[in-house]
Design a protein around this ligand. Structure first.
Ligand code: TMP
Ligand code: MG
Length: 256
């Protein structure tokens, strides 16, 4: 099976020198968020993102600060009267891009009946809409993420728990391991991530024999390279494609 992060792993980090949005940023930048809301969300991003990727802070130091960031961002978004019915248009109008080769990845996994588990600290409703609009939301895809909770009128009132942030992506937020139990015949995993927090995404899998961890090193490359090389089996720099994983899958699924 494949276990993958979404933001900046399946989606692109940059294009022509410009940053691409995360699923949160898509909402933040959209017409449904007020100017005041936009400013506050941007202030949070500028304060907390450098902490998220700071190689000199431990995960223990970062965890409570990430809970603070996500909670504050979700509270702000929940004050914006976002409509469930607006999500598709918000995604359509955004600058989000999936990495080159996403079609081959999703279609190949579907064709060969390989489960794709997307484990994301982003916004589930947004990322599902992205893959739906890209026509790759096949039945072998399962998503665990932060989902919006809408009232009877379809207005966002809060986010459903448990809150998933960059550094609690492990079985503590998977509410039991039923999903993985169903897949207990799957003993080989390819894990895709872009953060040091993505390394624990496969922790709940009961019968792992082989795991290949592929990491996209997107930001603060020089400072983070050592840690990424120690933790991931393959580290990709300046690579906005899924070519490496597609090549490996082609080899495993077709040529062997
Ligand atoms: P993930 O890629 O591990 O799923 O994490 C989601 C990313 O979303 C993480 O890098 C931080 C980012 N983020 C925002 O861009 N804006 C926000 O408001 C929040 C809470 C997170
Ligand atoms: Mg990510």
């Amino acid at each position: 099976m494949v276990i993958s992060d979404f933001d900046m792993t399946l989606s692109r980090f940059g294009c022509n020198g410009r940053r691409c949005p995360t699923s949160h940023n898509i909402l933040d930048n959209s017409h449904v968020v007020s100017e005041d809301g936009k400013k506050k969300l941007k202030d949070l991003l500028h304060y907390y993102y450098p902490i998220e990727i700071d190689p000199d802070r431990t995960l223990e130091e970062k965890r409570p600060l990430m809970v603070e960031w996500w909670s504050r961002a979700h509270d702000l978004l929940s004050q914006q009267k976002i409509l469930k019915g607006d999500i598709a248009q918000i995604v359509r109008e955004s600058d989000v891009m999936l990495r080159d080769g996403f079609n081959e990845l999703f279609d190949q996994l579907h064709e060969y009946d390989v489960p794709l588990f997307i484990f994301s600290a982003g916004v589930g409703d947004i990322l599902e809409e992205i893959i739906r609009q890209a026509n790759v939301f096949h039945p072998n895809v399962n998503v665990v993420s932060n989902y919006m909770d809408f009232d009877d009128n379809g207005v966002l009132r809060c986010f459903k728990g448990p809150l998933i942030h960059t550094y609690n992506k492990n079985n503590t937020v998977l509410q039991g391991t039923e999903y993985f139990q169903q897949l207990s015949t799957r003993t080989s995993i390819i894990l895709l991530g872009d953060s040091m927090g993505d390394l624990t995404m496969a922790d709940g899998v009961p019968s792992v024999e082989n795991i290949l961890k592929i990491g996209f090193l997107n930001d603060k490359v020089e400072e983070q390279r050592g840690k990424y090389l120690d933790a991931y089996d393959i580290v990709l720099e300046s690579d906005e494609t899924l070519d490496v994983v597609n090549g490996i899958l082609r080899y495993i699924l077709i040529e062997t």
